[in-house]
Design a protein around this ligand. Structure first.
Ligand code: CDP
Ligand code: CDP
Length: 201
């Protein structure tokens, strides 16, 4: 039987970390749906048409360190406004979500568009400043030369584009549990998420 956990929220809110921990705890599979948009964004940066690229994604497209960088993130949010790009990625995400044994998917529209019937929906958020601090620490840890103001501007630009687009905008599903991690440690956030899934089982 399938059991889908949908985890949405803005950039660097903690979705990925929480999703991986929930998946590991319950033995569910995990899909970071942002990687699909990042892969299409990277192909666009290499000169490809994003709609065609979205229809041709392969497992190898989801590899590579640069996929996690800010240039690819910005490109991802640009291709993500294109309805045909989103449409090309729906079937893969739904098939993943309904696989036997349970699945956790994190992104922007998992609880609203991809899996409106998900058993558990979490909307993970935090202030833009807190999220920029976290993303800065990650990027500096990976050796990127950047600073707080640059990362904050990137986060705000992406939040605006993701929230204002017409197709599948970033918004909490009406039945999502909102988890504001601004003042929560990652351990506390993970514990809350696991407790929410446990209640639904
Ligand atoms: O997937 P998403 O972009 O939403 O965020 P993430 O990659 O899971 O988290 C971004 C960074 O913030 C990671 O380094 C997390 O460990 C950190 N984080 C944190 O310090 N405290 C939290 N409550 C949540 C995330
Ligand atoms: O890790 P972070 O939260 O910074 O970004 P991500 O989850 O990898 O997503 C990168 C971009 O892809 C987002 O800014 C969105 O524009 C887009 N995206 C989307 O539109 N729908 C999703 N389900 C996931 C990502």
């Amino acid at each position: 039987m399938s059991f889908t956990v949908a985890i949405d929220g803005p950039a660097a809110a903690g979705k990925g970390t929480i999703s991986r921990a929930v998946a590991q705890h319950f033995g569910f599979a995990h899909l970071d749906t942002g990687l699909l948009y990042r892969a299409v964004g990277r192909r666009m940066l290499h000169g490809e048409d994003p709609v065609g690229a979205a229809g041709r994604l392969r497992a190898a497209d989801l590899e590579g360190d640069d996929l996690r960088g800010p240039d690819v993130a910005r490109a991802a949010s640009k291709v993500a406004v294109i309805p045909e790009v989103r449409a090309a990625l729906v079937d893969f995400q739904r098939a993943f979500a309904t696989r036997a044994g349970g699945a956790v998917l994190d992104g922007r529209d998992v609880g609203t568009v991809i899996c409106p019937d998900a058993r558990v929906k979490l909307f993970v958020t935090a202030s833009a400043e807190v999220r920029a601090e976290r993303r800065l620490a990650e990027l500096v840890g990976r050796g990127l030369d950047t600073d707080f103001e640059t990362v904050l501007a990137d986060v705000r630009e992406r939040d605006a584009r993701d929230s204002e687009r017409v197709e599948a905008p970033l918004v909490a599903a009406s039945d999502a549990v909102v988890l504001d991690t601004s003042d929560l440690s990652i351990e506390a956030a993970v514990a809350r998420a696991i407790a929410t899934v446990e209640e639904a089982r």
